[in-house]
Write a protein that binds this ligand. Structure first.
Ligand SMILES: [Zn+2]
Length: 49
């Protein structure tokens, strides 16, 4: 039942992200974070700075 609920949340775009990779650029503020959803495996790349 919990699995079903989490899938529903994912369906609405509410993913439970965990950080799987962080890449740094030349500047400390130049950072690209790769996030993966624990529930459905959806990945998102977040660029900071
Ligand atoms: Zn998800």
């Amino acid at each position: 039942m919990i699995l079903k609920l989490t899938k529903l949340l994912c369906f609405f775009g509410i993913h439970r992200y965990k950080t799987i990779n962080i890449e740094f650029g030349f500047n400390p503020t130049d950072r690209v974070t790769t996030l993966e959803c624990k529930n459905c495996g959806f990945t998102k790349i977040k660029a900071d700075g």
